[in-house]
Design a protein around this ligand. Sequence first.
Ligand SMILES: *Cc1c(COP(=O)(O)O)cnc(C)c1O
Length: 470
Amino acid sequence: MKNKLYGNLIFELSREGRRGYSLPRNTFGDYEIPQELCRKDEAELPECDELTVVRHYTNLSNNNFGVDTGFYPLGSCTMKYNPKINEEMAALPQFQNLHPRQPAETTKGALALVTLLEKSLCELTGLAHFTFKPYAGAHGELTGLMTIDNYHRSHGDLQRKKVIVPDSAHGTNPASAAVCGLEIVEVKSGSDGQVDLEDLQRICSLCGDTVAAMMMTNPNTLGLFETHIPEIARLIHDCGGLMYYDGANLNPMLGACRPGDMGFDVMHINLHKTFSTPHGGGGPGAGPVGVREGLQEHFPFVSPYHGNFGVMMRAYAYILSLGREHVKEVGLLATLNANYIKESLKDVYELPIDTICCHEFVFDGLKDKSTGVTTMDVAKRLLDYGYHAPTIYFPLLFHESLMIEPTENESKETLDGFIAVMRQIAEEAKTNPDEVKTAPHTTPIGRVDDVLAAKHPVVTYRQMTAEATD
Ligand SMILES: *Cc1c(COP(=O)(O)O)cnc(C)c1O
């Protein structure tokens, strides 16, 4: 059982007079600090011995869950292993200590790296130029859409303001279009989970020369490869619009096929996803935007420097360590792993679109709906077994979406362990549903009220006195 001491705040561990440091004897004599610079009250600082401090923070850090501590099947985010060589490269002092306003002649190595990374990304995507300024995928979407908007304006096409977005799209797609001052037109998905071509034809004939672009993710957010991209690109190009590729799901296509060859004109890459940078908790990221030849002159000004350089270094180290011949295996293994889990669980979890998937797939909850056990319950129960939960309730196309992405670098043993636990939970849902519905039972805190936590967050902590904790 966990020692209760480590659940406390550092202030609660404080005891008057405890010291965690020792200073050398003062040989300089006292220095009189002017009275007006002195604080009126004592600083409220915890007083702890060094060992208590070390244990407190080490134990707190053990409450973190990350790719380095366990399997992390979060779909739509590509939380994959980040090889340690990347960290070593990104920490090289010659790069890490660069200042963005250093004279250009002293930063040639960094600029060379940007150029080499651009060349690699062009080769991998089939596009001609990249800008590295955007700080994340969503920022890349905005940059890409502004590029498209600038392009249309330069042709006097001021009426081109409509952006066609599939109903399965990630929320950032319509959000970026709106921020860019564009109008969103939603295109439906068919029963096969792909863009409904008839609906798109209807939209194209309706919107005609007001179409600015179509945004697509491929494989889409259901993990399905969109097989009609050439027809879709033709429809959009015939209207005079441009094709935007949301590169968040580039992982399974790496080395296998290229957005540029499929008819996309503009794209972003989430370097932190596909090219491995630890990015939990919202950062850091990099969302370089690539374009077809000729469009680069329409890049907008979105930030003064070359983006998050550390993420770019990790991406380049990752690409170099795989090399041309092994980069292909990323997509193949990611796809194999996802299909292996899907096939091993589809008899107990509902698979609404039963087809070969790419790097991720979506269940619609448990197959047996009579138990009342929801996707939320399954996700919470997984925590008891030491797994990070998959993505839940996204995409919005199904009521009980449970989206699993195993990534290319997980071993068969890890996948088998996860499959066994998912089957175990499906069994528990029948034999002991309350255990699942009240999970998690082994984490520092149980199930929080997520609606209340979002609407009425309690962001202060009532500190207990030292006596109360004794
Ligand atoms: C992650 C993701 C984004 C947003 O990217 P960020 O780097 O988090 O800003 C956009 N689209 C899809 C499909 C994604 O999975």
